[in-house]
Design a protein. Sequence first.
Length: 544
Amino acid sequence: MKEAFWMIDQLVQQGVNHFCIAPGSRNTPLALAAAQYPDVNIHVHFDERGLGFYTMGLAQGSAAPAAIIATSGTAVGNLLPSVMEAHHSSVPMILLTADRPAELRDCGANQTTDQVKIFQPFVRWQADLPPTLNEGYFRSMMAQACFHAQQNPRGPVQINCQFREPFQLIGPSLPKGSPIQLSFPKLKPDLSALKPWERFTKGLILIGRLDSPESLLPILQLAERLQWPIFADLLTHARCHPTHEQIRHFDWILKSGCELKPDMILHFGERVTSKKTLEWLQELHPCPYLHVDPRPSLLDPARLQTGRIQANASEFCPLFEAKTDPDWLKSWKEWDRQIDGTVESFFAENPRFTEGHAMRIIGEILPSHYPVFLGNGMPIRDADHFLFPKNSCKGFFVNRGLTGIDGNIATAAGLSNGSNAPLLAFIGDQACLHDLNSFALLKKTKYPLTLIVSNNYGSGIFHHLPIVKCPHFEKYWGAAHDWNFEDIARMFELPYVRTDSDPREELSDAFQSGKSSVVEIITSRHYNHQFQMELTERCQQILV
Ligand SMILES: Cc1ncc(C[n+]2csc(CCOP(=O)(O)OP(=O)(O)O)c2C)c(N)n1
């Protein structure tokens, strides 16, 4: 069908290089059209829910929009979790959802529902395309889709496509028309608003996940120029570029009761993972607090910011002037040094294996060309606390937009294929159970993906909440089970190994095997909680 060819051709010419297809009938014209392009990557998976997360991973890994082609009905509904995540994580995703034409709507036709605008609050743009019209129309709609997916903030777009049977195949010659380009001049941000912020001396630079990895370097350079300490979230990738101004253990320093106080917070990017930092910022309020980010949306759940500048870090940082106090950074570095010693000796005295031990080992042996994907729940938090790569690294990724424990394996698989790199994923047992279908995707990654299933037989994260004291905790929050993942790995023909202690050897073997594999590590969520409580107490003794 020529309409489907015009659509796919326009997307390909605009740089969409990954098409994910979930088998179906109504989406046949789009699947056939995509299959005509030998140079694009086609990915096929039976589960639209997982495939949606996989597409998100591809888009993140390849730093370009990725497309998904789904059939009508509940197939479309299954994309909702990943569309929500992509919306909140600003990931460009092109959703091509097949539908029946107008004459088959609202009349009991098979697999037909109201799927127009089904993702309404979560898409940057949406359209319901008629079965036929001229070439210019279909091309311009695709050009608009790509344009809106990549505006600020990036995000998903839905093109609902009505197809009328029969789905005629057209000949092998591809309609290679000239692509339609849409672009609008960029507005220059108004930086005159900087002046009131330049009188501070004891600034603290807070960095959450950034709109793009290129934003990190100017921030690191600004911190060096001002000699201001940096609290950088794991997702900023700052740990791949360790600089003197970075305060490694800021979370433990704050937990220790340290009384150093900044006279200004300069925040780039999203909120940070560290809950303690968020509490500390509330305690500091109304400390002058400037948030710099190119996205127009508000990123301030606690309403602490006293100023907002919409700008890229690369535009803002070279222009920002402030004062420097030579002792300010020194004091933070001294705290960091002390906490580092405390953490080191605490681990040495407590060798019983925890997720924290696993993170430290990963930091030691992670090959420099591996990105790391972390599951929500405790893995992202344990990594934020304890994963400091010895070698240079390719960065850390998490579905942090909505912090779901769904689709984590699928996103990791997409990320590996999108970034053309082997990958280490560290995911809790509940998140793995949620995404068992996506074990099938591990089999298909181009590069080996090592999946660590951190099995503490339930939900570890809830042990860190006050609800842990409730007598019903284990039943309703702990969600205890006694399953292991060996049989599921066997079902998908993935090499599998299990350990309840130092997994160094198992991981080194997995990295060297050249194949995707599953390493199950057995831990105790009760002990992990106790370990972290005792480490907090130990840090608090520094002040005494
Ligand atoms: C789709 C979804 N359902 C429920 C939750 C709430 N939730 C957050 S973490 C978590 C448990 C995580 O357990 P696991 O993956 O085993 O990691 P652990 O914390 O034990 O290390 C749950 C249920 C969520 N974030 N997303």
